[in-house]
Design a protein around this ligand. Structure first.
Ligand code: TXA
Ligand code: MG
Length: 356
């Protein structure tokens, strides 16, 4: 398949280009587009056949449902419905605070949404992105857009157009190059189908943020290993995910112990002839001079910067051909909960306690 790459100004999306890309979606094509979180791979959410092509292009498991992207509430309610007044109130209260933005809300599905989107579930995840190109694309398409992240299944999510081109060129109709994603990790997925909202996937909007609006908020514990949970509430959570080619190990403990342990592990692996990568806070970069590639997640306390840097760093390790990556844990405060969740999955659940 020939893939067209369309460069669009993220600040002022050119109307003719947006109209063209919207038409590609409307008529059944696949368009990769920027959002504030990560790049998405979009198709007409009401067209089961086009949606099926997304799974094909990504090599995505058939039981992992897609998020439906909308530009306004009217379109959101073409796809979703409320099963209670309570759910409706939560939806509008959270929407008023966090939309447009990096929050996906799970409500009940309307029949017009094909099961191909929800993978047979009676619920649907809906998100109103803030990114201008994304919004314009949805409006021009005239339909809600079903879109997972625009990476090959299992690989780190794309936060730059170059990442999308790497994974998707030749597999989709259009790739929009609309600059870098400012958030860097995928949206928070919150389930509104129970008595209290429950975060199924942490993201930039934290469970504390949600609790401030909703009064309370639960969280699905994502620290399980593959195979340990049969049916996680959010099917996407069970796969090794976001993963670089190299083996990755996440080190937890106090900052000094982590640095000491990783230094020790670097020399062990180097003596075996392995190429070693380290992912560390900016403050710790200087400890790892013996590694083959050391990348910074940003200052220790800056969760938003960790989120922005993570996926690009994982791809850079691949480009540098390292065999193993040692990553410092960031802790789980605020946005770092999302960062740790992605690192945990990228490591396939491999964490080790640093020794003192
Ligand atoms: O920021 C984002 O959310 C990006 C951009 C493109 O919007 N999209 C994204 O999509 O991350 P994807 O497909 O990579 O992740 C969707 C997540 C999966 O974990 C999936 O299992 C969950 O949302 N999900 C979708 N619909 C669901 C539903 N009805 N019930 C439970 N989980 C659902
Ligand atoms: Mg994804």
């Amino acid at each position: 398949m020939k893939t067209e790459i369309v460069k669009i100004d993220p600040a002022r999306p050119e109307p003719e280009k947006m109209e063209y890309c919207g038409a590609v979606i409307r008529y059944g094509g696949l368009v990769a587009f920027p959002t504030e979180t990560v790049y998405g791979l979009g198709a007409n959410a009401f067209d089961a056949k086009s949606v099926g092509n997304i799974f094909e292009a990504k090599g995505r498991p058939g039981d992992n449902p897609l998020i439906v992207h909308v530009a306004n509430y009217e379109t959101a309610l073409r796809a979703g419905r409320f099963s209670s007044e309570h759910q409706q109130e939560l939806f509008y209260a959270l929407g008023a605070r966090f939309w447009p933005g990096p929050l996906t809300m799970i409500i009940h599905r309307k029949d017009i949404v094909p099961y191909r989107v929800t993978c047979g579930l009676e619920t649907v995840g809906i998100r109103m992105p803030a990114n201008k190109v994304a919004r314009e694309l949805i409006l021009r398409a005239g339909v809600p857009i079903a879109a997972p992240s625009a990476n090959l299944s299992g690989r780190p999510s794309p936060t730059r157009a170059s990442h999308v081109i790497e994974d998707m060129k030749g597999r989709v109709d259009v790739i929009i190059d609309g600059g870098d994603c400012e958030v860097g990790v995928e949206s928070t997925v919150v389930d509104l189908c129970g008595t209290e909202p429950v975060v199924l996937r942490p993201g930039f909007v934290t469970k504390e943020d949600i609790a401030r609006v909703a009064g309370q908020c639960g969280e699905f514990d994502w620290r399980f290993n593959e195979g340990a949970v049969d049916r996680p509430p959010s099917p996407g959570m069970k796969y090794r995910h976001y993963a670089p080619g190299a083996e990755m190990i996440l080190y937890e403990g106090n900052a000094d112990d982590v640095a000491g342990t990783i230094r020790h592990r670097i020399s062990e692996e180097k003596s075996l002839g392995k190429r070693v990568g380290v992912l560390a806070t900016q403050e710790h970069i200087c400890y790892y001079k013996d590694a083959d590639a050391v990348l910074s997640l940003g200052p220790a306390k800056d969760g938003a910067e960790h989120a922005r840097a993570l996926f690009d760093s994982l791809r850079q390790f691949d480009a540098r051909g390292v065999d193993v990556i040692f990553a410092e844990s960031t802790g789980c405060e605020g946005v770092d909960d999302a960062v740790m969740n992605r690192m945990f999955r990228a490591a396939g659940g491999k964490t080790e306690k640093a020794f003192g």
